[in-house]
Design a protein around this ligand. Structure first.
Ligand code: C2E
Ligand code: MG
Ligand code: MG
Ligand code: MG
Length: 280
């Protein structure tokens, strides 16, 4: 279509020159609005013990309920939330929501199930981060500490000493801390023993290759031995098949998470899963 007036022509041509930038701007604007309007929600994915099949924890995974396009996964917007600093507001919200959802579940279940929250580097660097966690922990009472943290190697690497101190403070409040996506970052071995950790999560990329590929199997086996040697629990991410699950069990992996048991689901659905699992 032809633009008739000069004003329209400008509108017509501008996006072709800088389509990417304008697309970004639109997304950023929409994300700011999403924060104001609280369009975010948390889905929950169970962590299952390989020893007895019990659901021993949940991971909170952020979703954006965009009124224009529906449910948006984090891959599409997390990095922009981080670049713009909006992750601080969303991250704080996630801690509070996870705590209140933990309580809502605990009231209706025999056994309270702790919820792990993913943390961004920028959040950890905020002076008020410890207070955010403390508030969430307090909100879990009287069901005990229902909050856990998932961190990554790269976020710790930005300032190792500072991270160690801050994570120690957090852990004294009660939450267990897991190293997420383990094996994909640098410095995996040197910092593992220095950080105040309770668990490592083996990245999905190693699990995917495990069945066909003897080397991946060795890597997984080595990570499990190393972690156990340091007194850490091991959780395998992205387990999709019974075969992977059985191999992990034989390697003495502690817990699995993945589509083989359940994808991340909304709160009401995870309540059903937990109710069924606790009544077996
Ligand atoms: P993550 O913490 O490593 O989470 C695991 C991701 O793997 C999730 O993707 C989950 O849906 C997906 N997954 C779980 N089981 C399977 C499986 O069997 N097969 C496959 N193919 N995928 C599986 P999701 O929900 O899209 O989240 C992606 C990443 O976004 C997360 O990776 C985490 O780094 C980040 N993220 C999610 N929620 C938050 C949050 O609240 N705050 C921050 N800072 N980051 C978050
Ligand atoms: Mg995670
Ligand atoms: Mg992960
Ligand atoms: Mg991962």
């Amino acid at each position: 279509k032809k633009a008739k007036r000069s004003g329209d022509r400008y509108l017509f041509y501008a996006p072709t020159f800088n389509a990417r930038a304008s697309e970004q701007l639109t997304l950023e604007t929409r994300l700011r609005r999403a924060v104001e309007r609280e369009e975010f929600t948390l889905f929950y994915q169970p962590k299952v013990s390989l020893e007895d099949g019990a659901v021993v924890g949940l991971e909170a995974l952020l979703r954006w309920n965009d009124p224009e396009t529906g449910l948006v996964p984090p891959l599409r917007f997390i990095s922009l939330l981080e670049e713009t600093g909006l992750i601080l507001a969303v991250g704080r919200w996630a801690f509070h929501r996870a705590a209140s959802d933990f309580v809502a579940l605990a009231r209706r279940l025999v056994k309270p199930t702790p919820i792990a929250v993913n943390v961004s580097a920028l959040q950890l660097r905020q002076p008020d981060f410890v207070r955010t966690v403390e508030e969430a922990v307090k909100a879990c009472a009287p069901f005990g500490c229902g909050i856990e943290l998932e961190i990554t190697e790269s976020m710790v690497m930005q300032d190792v000493q500072q991270s160690i101190l801050r994570l120690k403070e957090v852990r004294e409040l009660g939450p267990a801390i897991a190293m997420d996506d383990f094996g994909t970052g640098y410095s995996s071995l040197s910092y593992l023993s220095k950080l105040p950790l309770d668990a490592v999560k083996i990245d999905r990329s190693f699990i995917v290759d495990m069945t066909g590929d003897a080397e991946s199997m060795s890597v997984v086996s080595a990570i499990i031995s190393l972690a156990h040697g340091l007194g850490l629990k091991v959780i395998a991410e992205g387990v999709e098949t019974e075969d992977q699950s059985e191999r992990l069990r034989r390697l003495h992996c502690d817990q699995i998470q993945g589509y083989v048991f359940s994808p991340p689901v909304p709160l009401e659905q995870v309540l059903q899963i937990l109710t069924r699992a606790q009544n077996r």
